[in-house]
Design a protein around this ligand. Structure first.
Ligand code: 3Y8
Ligand code: NAP
Length: 246
């Protein structure tokens, strides 16, 4: 039996973990340790960074990992880059499980920006009430625009992350009706989001469409070339491949 490493932290990673556990596969699930008390997985789970590329190579060798599935979030670019390099050095097959980007429909009022800084610049200069649903790692730059920000975070911040903000604590996946009620309750005029794709973060886009609100959508970072699939079923087929022997 050959050990599989799942780089997790997304809805799809959790679905994959359940499929592997159901088949009794020898797999280990990995979280970065970004949040307090992450969702419990049905697989042995490790939490925390590996220590860069060299740390990951050492882990792959020490744990006799024979296949890696990168099921991290599209914005977890550093982890994905490290996985490509480390698996290349260690000679371990790597597959990425990645959900497609969201694509605007006729009723959507989206503007696409290449970065968080560009999202700040895309906000109006006149006062606005902005639902900033991009987590806590990229908030500081928004202080440049004196808007009221509604922040949705997983864990309580030590101090208010922005001068004029309301913080709500919630862990997705989220619901469109609840997000619509939230936007009405806070009189939101703009939404800023990452083009995460998937269903877990889509609720706010569906709510914005229903309310006719503009969305500033941040493009995904570019990642190195690697084999990518978009479904758990394709991952299971890849893992069953003869030369992986898992
Ligand atoms: C630690 C594991 C599962 C996974 C669920 C998905 C869905 C809910 C939607 C909004 C957007 C945001 C954020 C978000 C979503 C899923 C998925 C997804 C967005 C957990 C989790 C970890 C993280 C890390 C966290 C980041 C933050 C981003 C919040 C667990 C809940 C905004 C991304 O406080 C922090 O430091 C949070 C940091 C990275 C982005 C950021 O830069 O701040 N995710 N999210 C993982 C680890 O330690 O390895 O705690 O249980 C997982 C999920 N978050 O099993 O069902 O698959 O996308 N996560 C974004 O999309 O913009 C919330 O509020 O509408
Ligand atoms: P990142 O910036 O790409 O990674 C920074 C460092 O965190 C990595 O170099 C690695 O540390 C460690 N790391 C990241 N993911 C890891 C994992 N699954 N297991 C072990 N170590 C990991 O990552 P991020 O954007 O902060 O995301 C962190 C976690 O949150 C990931 O699991 C991701 O799937 C999840 N997530 C992120 C977002 C988002 O918007 N970024 C959204 C939803 C979920 P070392 O170099 O020390 O190995």
């Amino acid at each position: 039996m050959t050990r599989i490493l799942i780089l997790g932290g997304t809805t799809e990673a959790s679905v994959l973990a359940r499929a592997l556990a159901a088949e009794g596969k020898d797999a280990v699930f990995s979280y970065a340790g970004r949040t307090d008390g992450p969702v419990t997985q049905p697989l042995p789970t490790r939490v925390g960074g590996f220590g860069g590329v060299s740390g990951l190579v050492a882990y792959l060798r020490a744990e006799s990992i024979r296949a890696v599935v990168d099921a991290t979030h599209p914005f977890a670019a550093q982890m994905s880059r490290n996985a490509v390099e480390a698996c290349g050095l260690a000679g371990v097959p790597l597959l990425a499980l990645e959900r497609p980007s969201w694509v605007a429909g006729n009723d959507d009022n989206w503007s696409h920006v290449p970065s968080v800084d560009a999202a700040v610049r895309a906000l109006p200069d006149s006062p606005a009430r902005v639902f900033l649903a991009i987590g806590k790692q990229n908030l500081a730059g928004f202080a440049a625009k004196p808007h009221h920000y509604l922040l949705r975070l997983v864990d309580a911040p030590e101090a208010p992350p922005l001068p004029d903000c309301t913080v709500i604590l919630a862990r997705g996946p989220f619901d469109a009706d609840a997000d619509k009620a939230l936007m009405l309750q806070h009189n939101i005029s703009h939404i800023v989001a990452k083009n995460a794709g998937g269903a877990g973060a889509e609720a706010k886009l569906i709510a914005a469409r229903a309310l006719g609100l503009p969305v500033i959508l941040i493009d995904r970072p570019t990642l190195p070339a690697r084999e990518v699939v978009a479904s758990v079923a394709e991952v299971m087929r890849w893992l069953a491949h003869a030369d992986l022997g898992v």
